[in-house]
Design a binder for this molecule. Sequence first.
Ligand code: ATP
Ligand code: MG
Ligand code: ZN
Length: 332
Amino acid sequence: MSYNGRLLADARAELERIRQENEKEHSLREQLAYSKVEQLGLLDARLRSQMTELVRVTVARRPDMMQRIREIEEENLELQARRAEMLTEAGFPMDYLDDIYSCEKCHDSGVFEGKPCSCLQKIYNRLLTAELSPIMLDGNEDFANFDLSFYPAEYDFTLSASPRDVMRLVLDRCRSFAEDFPKDVPNLLLRGGTGLGKTYLSACIAKVVAEKGYSVCYDSAAFAFEAFEKQKFSRDPEESERSAAKVSRMLDCDLMILDDLGTEMVTSLTVSALYTLINTRLISRRPIIISTNCSNEELAKKYSPQICSRILGEFKILPFCGSDIRLLKKSR
Ligand SMILES: Nc1ncnc2c1ncn2[C@@H]1O[C@H](COP(=O)(O)OP(=O)(O)OP(=O)(O)O)[C@@H](O)[C@H]1O
Ligand SMILES: [Mg+2]
Ligand SMILES: [Zn+2]
């Protein structure tokens, strides 16, 4: 598994927050216990000075070193027992003053056996999925849950196949895209009518690719182009900075998903934004997935010839067919 640096840094910061919380809780417990059991504070101070003593004895290496170490150990056991007694007598659990760790494996350091600990990975994965939440319609999007039975099995003469067979191929293509990513994957154009599963399959791909540790950026065309516009024209410096950051993420991320192309208001500005997005990513060989309801003719009418020739020449087109699954789900 490889990691997205920015998200990994965020995950580390979160783990650090957890560590500090635990430390705070620990010192609160100490305050409470010490105020309830007066002797306990003294005893803990004695335990700490024993540790210093142990270090001193070991470093000094005098002839009676072993003897001294044994003595300290004995006294230590005695003090520990005494301490446990004090705690339980005052009604505290025996481990009440132990260090608190959310992860016993790495003691909240995030590193276990020289590798990122599973607790850090868990936080990282949560951040990844949170980042993809706008594309996750109900969070269940997964290749395994993609239901082919929504697509008619009857032969369709215009398709020369049944919609289900066509969609089985589309599903296969999307699955291999996600599995092979980033090696030799084509750009994809998911095309078809409303409610046929284009956004759904984009989300399935996004999930797999993100879980492999690649950065995925998702947006509908309308919002994506709005960011291009705002970075240029917003009068609010904060907004234009935010938009500029978003634009550079769309240009640089490992996988860009541009949803619903053709539903936005087309202006010369959106056309130039689309050109920049496609062209920049083609040049740097970073894949892009576009979904649209538009036919080639409609694309040609809305956007420039340069854009259409790039889409037709550089994208693998996947035709979605069948009937609106939003409606089918309602009637089922
Ligand atoms: N194969 C499938 N199995 C299960 N649910 C599906 C499948 N395809 C689509 N859905 C569900 O049907 C609804 C519509 O799918 P989706 O949003 O992906 O359509 P779309 O092709 O993106 O439509 P639009 O062009 O309107 O954006 C969603 O609720 C989605 O979860
Ligand atoms: Mg959609
Ligand atoms: Zn851990």
